[in-house]
Design a protein around this ligand. Structure first.
Ligand code: SAH
Length: 380
């Protein structure tokens, strides 16, 4: 079975809707194998049971369509906004929430932000759903600090979108393609939501990373558990740890966990998440992962037995990899959302004395070209 995008693919998000799902998986595996260049043969891609409506996070830019306030995604290679209320990969909860919040906002005279002129107020709306908790966050991003009639607006959203558990006002005055600015305050609710993965509950603040496909995340983390092969008493380093998901998921298998993460809000969430889940052997450091590893390597103390890393699309830095190898962990488990930088970094780690024994791809992003992988490496 194949699918047709109701918007003719104008948003540029899902290039594979017209390709049979089993074929998508084979194509992704083949492309990954080519990138790895025979260094290791990747396993079959772990498929998604539900390849549609899986995304638990939605970003939309505000605009006016025939004089009416609305929000949508940017068309491919442009900043023209396309409304996609029946998107095939966003979750029904995200889509329903977007439409309900927009209906509430239309009762107020708020102008969308104009990127070229730098005028107007409303920039983006972000919806995040805790698929396994039912909690929903809506974040309104404005260009200026003052949101007129904020109280009445919050009341209108509560009434129109009763499933939203927290509404947040975020200010982003900068000329940037980043959606969120640094400053957030709750208009109602606690200012964060929770998601439940693998028996643990994770608090998520605006700007803190969480995988967008909850069903596949569970599988991803169980693969990380199997591949990292922790032994009793091991010291685990979870680099690029976000809200602490992987480290906390593995904390019961390890003696101690240290998570390193640059985003301050995510580190705060990670510490709360350890407490909320009754995990006492995990600590979290707010730092650049490379600098943290270099400091650890220079200190000459006991290094980690196992390093898990889960960097952004750009991959790890060469300095990170050098420091990781200098710490001489028994194994390294590399979680990657970009096969190209994964292939580059596996080659670098090979030169540093770490051999890749398996690469397990997981289809976190059906209908799109993206692919997540777990690579296991051992010290030669
Ligand atoms: N492991 C987590 C998050 C992975 S996403 C999970 O599974 O949910 C990558 C994370 O790396 C993000 O949280 C991002 O804020 C963080 N990050 C980006 N650059 C970083 C750096 N230089 N040092 C440390 N963390 C960084």
């Amino acid at each position: 079975m194949t699918y047709t995008c109701p918007y003719g693919g104008r948003c540029g998000g899902c290039s594979l809707l017209g390709v049979e799902y089993s074929r998508q998986l084979e194509d992704k595996r083949r492309a990954l194998a080519a990138l790895l260049g025979g260094a290791v043969e990747p396993e079959a891609v772990v498929p998604a049971e539900n390849p549609l409506h899986y995304r638990s996070r939605l970003n939309a830019a505000f605009t006016l369509a025939r004089g009416r306030l609305t929000a949508g995604t940017y068309a491919a290679h442009s900043h023209r906004v396309v409304e996609t209320p029946d998107c095939l990969i966003e979750s029904e909860d995200c889509l329903e929430t977007l439409s309900a919040v927009l209906a509430a906002l239309r009762g107020f005279r708020l102008r969308p932000y104009d990127e070229d002129r730098g005028t107007g107020l409303l920039r983006h709306i972000q919806i995040r759903c805790g698929a396994n908790t039912g909690e929903i966050m809506a974040v309104l991003v404005t260009a200026q600090g003052v949101l007129p009639a904020a109280k009445a607006l919050a009341a209108a959203v509560r009434k129109n979108a009763p499933r939203v558990t927290t509404l947040i006002h975020n200010v982003n005055p900068r000329r940037t393609s980043m959606v969120l600015g640094g400053e957030s305050r709750a208009l109602f609710g606690p200012g964060y939501i929770h998601e439940r993965i693998g028996g643990l509950t994770f608090r998520l603040s605006p700007g803190a990373f969480m995988q967008v496909n909850p069903e596949q995340t569970e599988k991803l983390y169980s693969i990380v558990r199997a591949r990292s092969a922790l032994r009793e008493g091991d010291a685990l380093l979870d680099a690029y740890c976000g809200v602490g998901t992987i480290g906390l998921y593995l904390a019961g298998d390890a003696g101690s966990v240290t998570g390193v993460e640059l985003n301050r809000a995510a580190v705060r969430d990670a510490r709360e998440n350890a407490r909320d889940n009754g995990i006492a052997n995990a600590r979290f450091v707010c730092a650049d992962a490379t600098e943290h590893l270099e400091r650890a390597a220079a200190s000459g103390g006991r290094g980690p037995d196992v390093i898990v890393l889960d960097p952004p699309r750009s991959g790890a830095t060469q300095r990170f990899l050098n420091a990781a190898a200098a710490l001489r962990p028994r194994s390294i488990c590399y979680v990657s959302c970009n096969p190209e930088t994964l292939a580059r970094d596996l080659a670098a780690l090979r030169r540093l004395g770490y051999k890749c024994s398996s690469v397990t791809p997981v289809d976190m992003f059906p209908m799109t070209e993206h692919l997540e992988c777990v690579a296991a490496l051992e010290r030669i």
